[in-house]
Every structure is written in C-alpha cells, then in structure tokens.
Design a protein around this ligand. Structure first.
Ligand code: URA
Length: 482
C-alpha cells in the first residue's frame, strides 16, 4: 500500500489540513493510506518512519480546480472539524479525514447521531470549545513597569490562535502578550503577532493588581453558598496552578463551615428605616442653596422624581471647598444611603485603595454623585441597586450643578457613564472616551472620563487586573493635570 504523507506546518494548522484533505479526497486517497504529521513543535512524532515509507506528499497532489465541485459537508461538521483540529490528540487529523471520506462515500452518516467516530469527533470539539472558554476566563494579566501587560497560560489544547482575536478586541487599548508553552500572542495596540512558545521561567512575577484580586476574591467568597463540586466544575483543577486565587481555595473551604455557622448565629439584619413621602410643595425650598449645608437640606427634601421617597436621606458630596478635583459617581448605594456620605461601600473601598496606591489623599478631593438619592428595588429584605433612569438623573442635575458652583473645583472626573452624561449633557461610551480630557462644558471645566469602581467590581475576573490598571492610569492623569 502506497503511503501519502500530509504535513501540517504547526499543531493548529487548520488551513493546511483543509487544503490537503481537499486534494486527498479529490485524488481518491483512502484514509488508511494517509500519514498525518505536524512539523513545528509537533506532538505527532512518527515522522521518521513515515518519511521512509511515504511515496509522495499530499501537497504534491493537484488541487481540484474551481470547476470541480468542492467537498460538500454539513455546516455543523465543518465547525466541528475546525474545533476538533485544535485538540491535542495525535489522532485528530486521521479521525477527521476519515470522517470527511465517509461523509463523501456514506450519505447516511450525516443522519446517524450515534456513529462512534462522529461521537469521538464531537468529544474532541467539545473539549476544545471548553478550553477556549477557560482561556478567556482564566488568563490573568500582570502589569510590567514598561506599561505592557503579560500573562502566562497553559492551555489544554491548541487554542491560542483561536482566541487571539477575542483578546485583541477585548483589550484593544492595551499593549499585552499572552505567553504559553505552545505559541505566544502579542498585541501592540494595532497589530497581533504570533511567536513560538515560551518557557515557564518567563512567567511574570505578581504585581499589585494580583494582591487586590486576592483580597477581592477572599471577600466575595460566601461560605454559606459553598458548593465544592460545582466550583471545581467551573474551575477545573488542571487550571489551578495558573490561578493565583487557587491558593486561597483550600483555606476558604476549610473555614467555610465555621464562618457559615457564625453567620447563622449572628441573626437577621435589622429592617431598614424608610422615610415617609414628603409632599412636594411643602418640601422644596424656594431659594437657591447658598451653602453646601443648605444644598444638603434642599436635596434631602427633593421629590422632583420618585427616588427620594424610598431613600433614607439625600447623599451630597463630601470634601473641601475649592478642591482641585471633584470626582463624580453615579448615585449613593445601600451603605451610602444609611451613612449619608458618598463612597463608603464596596465601590468606595476600591476607590480608597486606588487613591492610596496613587498617594492621593481622599480628603483633598471632593467626592459627589450625579444623583443624590439611592434608587433600589426590594428583594426580600435586601435593597438591590437600580440605575437611575435618564429622567431621574435629569431631575437631579440642577443639584449637581449647584454643588459644582459652590465647591468651585478646577476639574471634574466622571466615574462612569451616568456621571459623564450628567456633566457633559450627552450620552457617552466609557470604553471609547475614557482617559481623555473633554472640554465641552459651558463653565469651561475640563472633564476626564474613567470607569466607575462598581463597573470594575462587576467585570469577569480575567478582565479585572487590566481594567484596574487603566483606571489607575486615568486617575493618575486626572491628578497630574490639575
Ligand atoms: N457608587 C457611587 O456612584 N457613589 C457612591 O457614593 C457609592 C457607590
């Protein structure tokens, strides 16, 4: 039997497989006569033997010309094939070529869901899809002093190229590299480059973002909701060595029962206090507030929109008059509503952390919100934050503008889209416009737009360190400018 050698340039050479499979099918070469071999970084190692036995190569076969009907396969199989080719199994090319051959010669195959080879191919494709998804979720970038972000990742299959477009789109504004033992990808802000695999010694050392992430992970771990099997399904153990938070899992599991017991013993959270609805006419003062205290009293009584009626109190800004910078958030949250001060809850803690990293004293800044009352919906006893509607934010705008007039900052920083819309009077896409000074206000105050800290807390873990680094650099730019 004459062997035909089909060579693939690298382990993820899908195009090379398609080209040669087309030529092989066109020439009527049965699957048993084809020896598939991966050249660079090959995991398929029978090369020498086949070199000796093979009479010719698939690439020497004529390609079917444009007039020859191409191999017709169901679209679902084409997708399955593209994914299956990225599996680490050395038998994948042989299996998928055999299926292509059979699809051509056994028309009934496409209607047989239980065919063992089809099932095997589906298994390969499923494992690859899962690894593509896990890479998106588990890549952790580290910030380097030169401004680049670098991650080390060890995929289960050859999924690096398949994910390159995803990472380029998601982190388009950053310079980054993902190093893996198979292949590395680099993005310089405009161009993707593929490089040969890296060595584990090139894995970057942990940075400040990692310490933040570990603290965050520890805090959001809810011992009362622990389901170890479900957690391991989502975060398979093979990825643990690559995940900094994995070191916390064992101690968190070990202490979960005790902590959950303490939560039960602590009893229920007392019900929140609600203010009665104050009639609109009686409540709104007839004059423009001349001091921040008058502003607080006036906003507290404001019922120009329905939010105020359900809140404990209005939350005006805090900080010194004539602060160089005024940072504007969206609206008070649950804890701010109870405390009567802005940014004291989780978003405020993240802001405090960022300010501390920048050496920027919180009490040098005036912190305010676009909307002065807490909007929420009740779920059981819990008050869940609801973003204020545009008309509600518009009703509150005159309070914010009065606050700016009274404080007289030299610049404004909009934390998130609600604040940006209030300050600029137009819809703003944070991702597209962040990090730049915008000179659009009638009073001449420049506005710098950046992420809201709550948006960072809501991001999937893989994206958090990079977004946090962007946020820090935006805040640093805001601080420098004034
Ligand atoms: N989010 C805000 O926008 N403001 C706060 O005061 C707290 C959370």
């Amino acid at each position: 039997m004459t062997l035909v050698q089909a060579r693939l340039a690298h382990a993820a050479d899908v195009e090379g497989f398609r080209r040669q499979a087309r030529a092989l099918l066109h020439a009527g070469i049965e699957p048993d006569r084809v020896a598939w071999q991966v050249e660079a970084g090959g995991d398929d190692a029978a090369a020498d033997l086949f070199d000796a036995c093979a009479a010719f190569r698939a690439d020497d076969l004529p390609q079917p010309d444009a007039a020859t009907p191409s191999v017709r396969v169901p679209a679902a199989f084409a997708q399955l094939c593209d994914a299956g080719l990225l599996h680490r199994s050395p038998q994948r090319h042989a299996l998928l070529y055999r299926l292509l051959w059979r699809l051509r010669h056994e028309p009934g195959l496409r209607h047989d869901p239980l065919d063992p080879q089809m099932r095997q191919a589906r298994e390969l494709a499923r494992a690859v899809q899962r690894d593509i998804h896990k890479m998106r979720a588990f890549v952790r970038f580290t910030a380097l002093p030169d401004g680049r972000h670098v991650a080390w990742f060890e995929p289960a299959h050859h999924v690096v190229e398949a994910n390159a477009g995803f990472f380029a789109r998601r982190f388009a504004q950053m310079r980054w590299a993902i190093l893996t033992p198979d292949r590395c990808i680099e993005w310089d802000g405009s161009r993707l480059q593929l490089r040969p695999g890296a060595d584990r010694t090139e894995k970057p050392a942990p940075d400040a973002g990692e310490a933040l992430w570990l603290t965050y992970y520890e805090h959001i771990f809810n011992p009362a909701r622990l389901k170890v099997a479900a957690m391991v399904r989502e975060m398979p153990r093979r990825y643990w060595p690559q995940l900094p938070e994995a070191t916390l899992i064992r101690p968190l599991i070990d202490t979960a029962a005790g902590r959950a017991g303490a939560m039960v013993d602590a009893g229920a959270t007392p019900a929140r206090r609600f203010r009665p609805i104050v009639p609109l006419r009686a409540a709104v003062p007839q004059h423009t507030p001349r001091t921040l205290e008058e502003l607080r009293v006036a906003t507290d009584a404001c019922r120009d929109c329905p939010i105020g009626a359900g809140a404990t109190q209005a939350v005006c800004g805090s900080g010194p008059l004539q602060a160089a910078h005024m940072l504007v958030g969206e609206q008070p949250g649950d804890q701010e509503d109870l405390a009567g001060r802005p940014f004291v809850g989780p978003a405020g803690q993240l802001l405090d952390r960022a300010l501390a990293e920048l050496g920027w004293a919180r009490d040098a800044i005036y912190l305010a919100n676009a909307v002065k009352h807490f909007k929420y919906e009740l779920r059981g006893k819990r008050r869940i934050h609801k973003t204020a509607g545009q008309r509600e934010a518009a009703a509150c705008l005159h309070w914010l503008e009065r606050e700016i007039e009274l404080v007289q900052p030299r610049s404004l920083v909009a934390l998130g889209a609600t604040a940006a819309r209030a300050l600029l009077g137009r819809p703003v896409a944070v991702q597209g416009e962040r990090g730049r000074w915008l000179h659009e206000r009638a009073d001449g105050l420049p506005v710098l737009l950046t992420w809201h800290p709550s948006a960072l807390l809501r991001l999937p873990p893989a994206q958090r360190p990079a977004a946090y680094a962007q946020w820090l650099s935006d805040l640093a730019a805001a601080r420098e400018a004034a």
